[in-house]
Design a protein around this ligand. Sequence first.
Ligand SMILES: [Zn+2]
Length: 172
Amino acid sequence: MRKRLEAVYFVPRDEDPRIGRLSGIIWALTRCQTFFQREGGILLDWRLLPPVFGKWTRKEYEDLELLFTEISENIGEPEIVGVFFEGFLHGGAFGNEGWFVIAEPYLHHLERRRFDAVVAHEIGHALGLPDRSDLSIMGLGPALGGLRRKAIFPRHRAHLSREDREALRRRW
Ligand SMILES: [Zn+2]
């Protein structure tokens, strides 16, 4: 099943844009596409839109409705909206049905190998998967390393739990 994901790098009025972030975002989304195709049979048809420069300050976007209203003015309504937010926002990474946000403190780890696993975790939430307490990507997996980490034990490789793989195949 194909899912349309539109990603955007969003810069509040009081933060400086760092255009170098875009290459890290593209890298992570490419890895996530391979991961979800393998683990869930989902083709993430993603694209990274031009950066959006927000009208308000970082603090004001703690009201997520304000953030998403402004984003939808710019990009319409794709199946999944992924926001890479310049500046600290709530816990830093969170998502739910149809959307996710990744902000500081994760963005400055773009070049680190586990960043792609954090993005995969949030895409999982956007696809309707819950948090888990196992070693899968929806559990502690992102703490173990990136999506293509080498692992001695199969359960330490980047994966989705059987329940989540089945849920994705059933649902989509
Ligand atoms: Zn989570």
